[in-house]
Design a protein around this ligand. Structure first.
Ligand code: MG
Length: 370
Protein backbone atom coordinates (compact mmCIF):
# COMPACT_ATOMS: atom_id res chain seq x y z
CA UNK A 1 0.00 0.00 0.00
CA UNK A 2 1.22 3.49 -0.86
CA UNK A 3 0.13 7.02 0.02
CA UNK A 4 -1.56 8.51 -3.05
CA UNK A 5 -2.57 11.95 -1.78
CA UNK A 6 -2.17 14.19 1.29
CA UNK A 7 -4.63 17.09 1.47
CA UNK A 8 -4.74 20.03 3.88
CA UNK A 9 -8.37 21.14 4.23
CA UNK A 10 -8.99 24.48 5.94
CA UNK A 11 -12.43 24.60 7.59
CA UNK A 12 -13.77 27.80 9.13
CA UNK A 13 -17.09 28.84 10.61
CA UNK A 14 -18.44 32.15 9.20
CA UNK A 15 -17.64 34.23 12.31
CA UNK A 16 -14.35 33.50 14.06
CA UNK A 17 -14.06 35.32 17.38
CA UNK A 18 -10.66 36.23 18.81
CA UNK A 19 -11.08 34.03 21.89
CA UNK A 20 -9.16 30.94 23.02
CA UNK A 21 -11.53 28.53 21.29
CA UNK A 22 -9.93 26.14 18.82
CA UNK A 23 -13.23 24.80 17.48
CA UNK A 24 -13.85 27.72 15.10
CA UNK A 25 -11.12 27.43 12.51
CA UNK A 26 -9.42 24.08 11.95
CA UNK A 27 -7.15 22.26 9.54
CA UNK A 28 -8.14 18.71 8.64
CA UNK A 29 -5.68 16.38 6.94
CA UNK A 30 -7.07 13.77 4.56
CA UNK A 31 -4.76 11.04 3.31
CA UNK A 32 -5.77 8.64 0.53
CA UNK A 33 -4.00 5.42 -0.32
CA UNK A 34 -3.68 3.67 -3.67
CA UNK A 35 -5.93 0.94 -2.26
CA UNK A 36 -8.80 3.32 -1.53
CA UNK A 37 -8.37 3.74 2.24
CA UNK A 38 -8.87 7.27 3.61
CA UNK A 39 -7.41 8.48 6.88
CA UNK A 40 -8.21 11.71 8.71
CA UNK A 41 -6.15 13.84 11.02
CA UNK A 42 -6.47 17.31 12.47
CA UNK A 43 -4.04 20.07 13.34
CA UNK A 44 -4.46 22.46 16.28
CA UNK A 45 -2.65 25.51 14.96
CA UNK A 46 -3.01 28.40 12.50
CA UNK A 47 -4.65 26.63 9.56
CA UNK A 48 -3.31 28.63 6.63
CA UNK A 49 0.25 28.53 7.96
CA UNK A 50 0.08 24.77 8.43
CA UNK A 51 -1.44 24.37 4.98
CA UNK A 52 1.68 25.96 3.49
CA UNK A 53 3.98 23.49 5.26
CA UNK A 54 1.97 20.59 3.87
CA UNK A 55 1.45 21.90 0.34
CA UNK A 56 4.88 23.41 -0.33
CA UNK A 57 6.73 21.66 -3.18
CA UNK A 58 9.99 19.78 -2.86
CA UNK A 59 12.91 22.16 -2.54
CA UNK A 60 16.56 21.91 -1.60
CA UNK A 61 17.50 19.37 1.05
CA UNK A 62 15.76 19.67 4.45
CA UNK A 63 13.17 22.22 3.25
CA UNK A 64 10.51 20.17 1.53
CA UNK A 65 6.75 20.41 1.79
CA UNK A 66 5.38 17.45 3.74
CA UNK A 67 2.82 16.11 1.27
CA UNK A 68 5.46 15.83 -1.43
CA UNK A 69 7.62 13.78 0.92
CA UNK A 70 4.80 11.44 1.89
CA UNK A 71 3.30 10.59 -1.51
CA UNK A 72 4.48 7.17 -2.67
CA UNK A 73 5.55 5.94 0.78
CA UNK A 74 4.04 3.19 2.97
CA UNK A 75 1.26 4.55 5.26
CA UNK A 76 1.42 1.57 7.60
CA UNK A 77 4.59 2.65 9.43
CA UNK A 78 3.78 6.09 10.95
CA UNK A 79 6.92 6.35 13.15
CA UNK A 80 9.12 5.86 10.07
CA UNK A 81 7.10 8.45 8.16
CA UNK A 82 7.37 10.81 11.17
CA UNK A 83 11.16 10.65 11.04
CA UNK A 84 11.18 11.23 7.27
CA UNK A 85 8.98 14.30 7.62
CA UNK A 86 11.13 15.60 10.47
CA UNK A 87 14.31 15.18 8.43
CA UNK A 88 12.71 16.66 5.31
CA UNK A 89 11.65 19.84 7.15
CA UNK A 90 14.59 20.39 9.52
CA UNK A 91 15.60 23.67 7.92
CA UNK A 92 12.27 25.34 8.75
CA UNK A 93 10.90 22.86 11.25
CA UNK A 94 11.96 20.79 14.29
CA UNK A 95 9.35 22.66 16.40
CA UNK A 96 6.23 24.73 15.84
CA UNK A 97 4.35 24.76 12.56
CA UNK A 98 6.21 21.93 10.88
CA UNK A 99 5.53 19.61 13.82
CA UNK A 100 1.91 20.77 13.93
CA UNK A 101 1.52 19.84 10.27
CA UNK A 102 3.29 16.52 10.86
CA UNK A 103 0.86 15.84 13.71
CA UNK A 104 -2.15 15.98 11.41
CA UNK A 105 -0.51 13.67 8.89
CA UNK A 106 0.59 11.29 11.66
CA UNK A 107 -3.01 11.04 12.95
CA UNK A 108 -4.28 10.32 9.44
CA UNK A 109 -1.65 7.60 8.97
CA UNK A 110 -2.59 5.96 12.27
CA UNK A 111 -6.23 6.12 11.17
CA UNK A 112 -5.21 4.20 8.04
CA UNK A 113 -3.21 1.67 10.09
CA UNK A 114 -6.32 0.86 12.13
CA UNK A 115 -8.60 0.79 9.11
CA UNK A 116 -6.25 -1.56 7.27
CA UNK A 117 -6.32 -3.91 10.27
CA UNK A 118 -10.08 -3.49 10.77
CA UNK A 119 -9.53 -2.49 14.42
CA UNK A 120 -9.61 0.63 16.56
CA UNK A 121 -6.11 1.79 17.45
CA UNK A 122 -6.79 0.98 21.11
CA UNK A 123 -7.47 -2.59 20.03
CA UNK A 124 -4.15 -2.74 18.18
CA UNK A 125 -2.16 -1.24 21.04
CA UNK A 126 -3.56 -3.25 23.97
CA UNK A 127 -6.71 -1.65 25.28
CA UNK A 128 -6.96 -1.19 29.05
CA UNK A 129 -10.25 0.71 29.36
CA UNK A 130 -13.41 1.33 27.36
CA UNK A 131 -14.06 4.84 28.65
CA UNK A 132 -12.14 7.77 30.09
CA UNK A 133 -13.16 10.23 32.78
CA UNK A 134 -13.86 13.61 31.20
CA UNK A 135 -13.41 17.03 32.65
CA UNK A 136 -15.65 19.69 31.18
CA UNK A 137 -13.53 22.49 29.79
CA UNK A 138 -14.71 25.99 29.09
CA UNK A 139 -13.68 29.64 29.24
CA UNK A 140 -14.02 31.80 32.36
CA UNK A 141 -17.19 33.88 32.10
CA UNK A 142 -17.29 37.55 33.13
CA UNK A 143 -19.40 37.26 36.26
CA UNK A 144 -19.69 35.08 39.36
CA UNK A 145 -23.37 34.48 38.58
CA UNK A 146 -22.54 33.02 35.17
CA UNK A 147 -19.74 30.95 36.67
CA UNK A 148 -22.12 29.50 39.25
CA UNK A 149 -24.75 28.67 36.62
CA UNK A 150 -22.23 27.03 34.28
CA UNK A 151 -20.78 24.92 37.10
CA UNK A 152 -24.26 23.81 38.17
CA UNK A 153 -25.04 22.88 34.55
CA UNK A 154 -21.88 20.73 34.32
CA UNK A 155 -22.69 19.00 37.60
CA UNK A 156 -26.26 18.38 36.43
CA UNK A 157 -24.85 16.80 33.25
CA UNK A 158 -22.91 14.38 35.44
CA UNK A 159 -19.39 15.82 35.10
CA UNK A 160 -17.22 15.16 38.16
CA UNK A 161 -14.50 17.59 37.10
CA UNK A 162 -14.57 21.01 35.47
CA UNK A 163 -11.91 23.40 34.20
CA UNK A 164 -12.27 27.10 33.59
CA UNK A 165 -9.62 28.96 31.68
CA UNK A 166 -8.61 32.19 29.94
CA UNK A 167 -11.47 34.64 29.44
CA UNK A 168 -11.75 37.17 32.26
CA UNK A 169 -9.28 35.43 34.58
CA UNK A 170 -5.88 36.53 35.82
CA UNK A 171 -5.96 40.31 35.73
CA UNK A 172 -7.69 41.22 38.99
CA UNK A 173 -7.33 39.25 42.21
CA UNK A 174 -10.70 40.23 43.66
CA UNK A 175 -12.54 39.40 40.47
CA UNK A 176 -10.76 36.05 40.17
CA UNK A 177 -11.54 35.05 43.72
CA UNK A 178 -15.19 36.13 43.44
CA UNK A 179 -15.57 33.93 40.37
CA UNK A 180 -13.75 30.99 41.96
CA UNK A 181 -15.76 31.32 45.18
CA UNK A 182 -18.89 30.85 43.05
CA UNK A 183 -17.42 27.92 41.08
CA UNK A 184 -16.10 26.04 44.10
CA UNK A 185 -19.35 26.53 46.05
CA UNK A 186 -21.40 25.28 43.10
CA UNK A 187 -19.03 22.36 42.57
CA UNK A 188 -19.45 21.14 46.15
CA UNK A 189 -17.81 17.88 47.19
CA UNK A 190 -18.72 15.98 44.05
CA UNK A 191 -16.92 17.97 41.38
CA UNK A 192 -13.18 18.65 41.08
CA UNK A 193 -12.10 22.06 39.81
CA UNK A 194 -9.10 22.97 37.68
CA UNK A 195 -7.93 26.48 36.85
CA UNK A 196 -6.22 27.50 33.61
CA UNK A 197 -4.57 30.88 34.13
CA UNK A 198 -3.97 31.31 30.41
CA UNK A 199 -0.33 32.55 30.58
CA UNK A 200 -1.45 35.50 32.69
CA UNK A 201 1.43 36.11 35.07
CA UNK A 202 5.11 36.75 35.57
CA UNK A 203 6.96 34.32 37.85
CA UNK A 204 6.70 36.60 40.91
CA UNK A 205 2.99 37.13 40.36
CA UNK A 206 2.42 33.45 39.70
CA UNK A 207 4.14 32.42 42.94
CA UNK A 208 2.02 34.87 44.93
CA UNK A 209 -1.20 33.99 43.12
CA UNK A 210 -0.66 30.23 43.14
CA UNK A 211 -0.03 30.19 46.89
CA UNK A 212 -3.32 32.02 47.45
CA UNK A 213 -5.21 29.76 45.05
CA UNK A 214 -3.98 26.49 46.53
CA UNK A 215 -4.55 27.74 50.11
CA UNK A 216 -8.03 28.96 49.41
CA UNK A 217 -9.42 26.42 46.94
CA UNK A 218 -9.20 22.62 46.56
CA UNK A 219 -8.11 22.85 42.92
CA UNK A 220 -6.74 19.75 41.20
CA UNK A 221 -4.20 21.70 39.16
CA UNK A 222 -3.21 25.19 38.13
CA UNK A 223 -2.51 25.35 34.41
CA UNK A 224 -0.19 27.65 32.48
CA UNK A 225 0.29 30.39 35.03
CA UNK A 226 3.44 31.42 33.12
CA UNK A 227 4.44 32.01 29.53
CA UNK A 228 5.53 28.87 27.70
CA UNK A 229 9.23 29.71 27.58
CA UNK A 230 9.60 30.88 31.18
CA UNK A 231 11.24 27.64 32.25
CA UNK A 232 13.16 29.35 35.02
CA UNK A 233 9.83 30.70 36.29
CA UNK A 234 8.35 27.21 36.28
CA UNK A 235 11.30 25.94 38.28
CA UNK A 236 10.90 28.71 40.87
CA UNK A 237 7.13 28.27 41.03
CA UNK A 238 7.15 24.51 41.54
CA UNK A 239 9.72 24.89 44.35
CA UNK A 240 7.46 27.33 46.19
CA UNK A 241 4.08 25.69 45.65
CA UNK A 242 2.92 22.19 46.54
CA UNK A 243 -0.14 22.03 44.28
CA UNK A 244 0.11 20.47 40.81
CA UNK A 245 1.22 22.78 38.03
CA UNK A 246 0.12 21.84 34.50
CA UNK A 247 1.61 22.97 31.18
CA UNK A 248 2.60 22.02 27.67
CA UNK A 249 -0.45 22.47 25.47
CA UNK A 250 1.44 24.60 22.96
CA UNK A 251 4.63 22.55 22.88
CA UNK A 252 5.77 20.27 20.09
CA UNK A 253 8.18 17.31 20.04
CA UNK A 254 9.14 15.45 23.21
CA UNK A 255 11.99 17.79 24.18
CA UNK A 256 10.04 20.70 25.76
CA UNK A 257 8.05 18.19 27.79
CA UNK A 258 11.29 16.84 29.23
CA UNK A 259 12.22 20.44 30.09
CA UNK A 260 8.88 20.94 31.89
CA UNK A 261 9.32 17.73 33.90
CA UNK A 262 12.84 18.85 34.84
CA UNK A 263 11.29 22.08 36.20
CA UNK A 264 8.79 20.27 38.42
CA UNK A 265 5.67 20.45 36.23
CA UNK A 266 3.52 17.47 37.22
CA UNK A 267 0.76 17.49 34.59
CA UNK A 268 1.86 17.38 30.92
CA UNK A 269 -0.75 18.42 28.39
CA UNK A 270 0.37 17.57 24.87
CA UNK A 271 -2.18 18.06 22.10
CA UNK A 272 -2.17 15.20 19.58
CA UNK A 273 -2.77 17.78 16.84
CA UNK A 274 0.30 19.86 17.71
CA UNK A 275 2.87 17.92 19.69
CA UNK A 276 3.75 15.48 16.91
CA UNK A 277 0.68 13.26 16.58
CA UNK A 278 0.06 9.98 18.31
CA UNK A 279 3.62 8.89 17.54
CA UNK A 280 5.10 11.63 19.74
CA UNK A 281 2.32 11.82 22.31
CA UNK A 282 2.67 8.16 23.21
CA UNK A 283 6.37 8.78 23.89
CA UNK A 284 5.53 11.82 26.02
CA UNK A 285 3.04 9.71 27.98
CA UNK A 286 5.72 7.10 28.69
CA UNK A 287 8.13 9.81 29.82
CA UNK A 288 5.54 11.38 32.15
CA UNK A 289 4.83 8.01 33.73
CA UNK A 290 8.52 7.29 34.28
CA UNK A 291 8.80 10.58 36.11
CA UNK A 292 5.64 10.21 38.21
CA UNK A 293 3.71 12.93 36.39
CA UNK A 294 0.28 12.87 34.81
CA UNK A 295 -0.25 13.14 31.10
CA UNK A 296 -3.65 14.66 30.34
CA UNK A 297 -4.04 15.59 26.67
CA UNK A 298 -5.07 19.07 25.68
CA UNK A 299 -8.16 18.53 23.58
CA UNK A 300 -10.19 21.54 22.52
CA UNK A 301 -11.02 21.01 18.90
CA UNK A 302 -13.19 18.71 16.79
CA UNK A 303 -14.16 15.07 17.19
CA UNK A 304 -11.06 14.00 15.23
CA UNK A 305 -8.73 15.26 17.94
CA UNK A 306 -11.00 13.91 20.67
CA UNK A 307 -11.20 10.44 19.12
CA UNK A 308 -7.42 10.27 18.61
CA UNK A 309 -6.83 11.35 22.22
CA UNK A 310 -9.29 8.71 23.45
CA UNK A 311 -7.62 5.90 21.47
CA UNK A 312 -4.39 6.89 23.17
CA UNK A 313 -5.84 7.26 26.68
CA UNK A 314 -7.51 3.86 26.30
CA UNK A 315 -4.14 2.08 26.34
CA UNK A 316 -2.00 3.95 28.89
CA UNK A 317 -1.58 2.47 32.39
CA UNK A 318 -3.26 5.41 34.02
CA UNK A 319 -5.45 8.03 32.41
CA UNK A 320 -6.79 10.40 35.05
CA UNK A 321 -8.78 12.56 32.61
CA UNK A 322 -9.53 13.61 29.08
CA UNK A 323 -10.29 17.26 28.35
CA UNK A 324 -13.79 17.62 26.97
CA UNK A 325 -14.69 20.86 25.22
CA UNK A 326 -18.26 21.96 25.69
CA UNK A 327 -18.18 24.68 23.04
CA UNK A 328 -21.07 24.63 20.61
CA UNK A 329 -19.25 25.24 17.30
CA UNK A 330 -20.64 23.21 14.38
CA UNK A 331 -17.12 21.96 13.65
CA UNK A 332 -16.88 20.65 17.22
CA UNK A 333 -20.26 18.96 17.01
CA UNK A 334 -20.90 18.00 13.38
CA UNK A 335 -17.63 17.34 11.53
CA UNK A 336 -17.52 13.88 13.06
CA UNK A 337 -20.92 12.16 12.83
CA UNK A 338 -20.26 9.93 15.83
CA UNK A 339 -18.41 12.54 17.90
CA UNK A 340 -17.72 10.95 21.31
CA UNK A 341 -20.21 12.26 23.85
CA UNK A 342 -19.65 12.64 27.60
CA UNK A 343 -22.28 10.73 29.56
CA UNK A 344 -22.27 11.09 33.34
CA UNK A 345 -18.75 12.46 33.15
CA UNK A 346 -17.27 9.64 31.08
CA UNK A 347 -16.50 9.40 27.36
CA UNK A 348 -16.50 6.06 25.56
CA UNK A 349 -13.50 5.20 23.41
CA UNK A 350 -14.72 4.89 19.79
CA UNK A 351 -14.94 1.26 18.69
CA UNK A 352 -14.77 1.64 14.90
CA UNK A 353 -11.54 0.96 12.97
CA UNK A 354 -8.66 3.43 13.13
CA UNK A 355 -9.54 6.55 15.11
CA UNK A 356 -13.05 5.12 15.19
CA UNK A 357 -14.77 8.12 13.63
CA UNK A 358 -17.01 8.80 10.65
CA UNK A 359 -16.06 12.16 9.19
CA UNK A 360 -18.97 13.91 7.47
CA UNK A 361 -17.66 14.95 4.05
CA UNK A 362 -20.71 17.23 3.59
CA UNK A 363 -19.55 19.25 6.63
CA UNK A 364 -16.09 19.51 5.08
CA UNK A 365 -17.66 20.88 1.89
CA UNK A 366 -19.89 23.25 3.87
CA UNK A 367 -17.06 24.91 5.83
CA UNK A 368 -14.07 24.48 3.54
CA UNK A 369 -12.18 27.63 2.60
CA UNK A 370 -11.21 27.42 -1.05
MG1 MG B 1 -5.01 25.41 28.66
Amino acid sequence: MRIAEVEALHLRIPEVQEIADGTQDVLVVRVRTDEGLVGYGEVSSAPTVVKAAIEAPRSAARRHGLAAVMVGTDPLDPPARWQEMYDASRWYGRRGVAIHAMSGIDLALWDIVGKAAGKPLAGLWGQRRARVRAYASTLFPDTAEEAERITQDFAAQGFTAVKFGWGSFGHDLEHDHAILDAIVAAAGDQVEVMVDAGLAWTADEAIRRAKLLFERYPITWLEEPLKEDDLDGYRRLTKEVDGRIAAGESDSTIYPFRDLLDRGVRVLQPDVGRAGGLTTCRQIGDLARERGAWCVPHCFSTGINLAASLQWMAVVPDAPFIEYSVRSSPLRNRLVRNVPIAVNGWVDVPTGPGLGIEVDEAVIDEFRVI
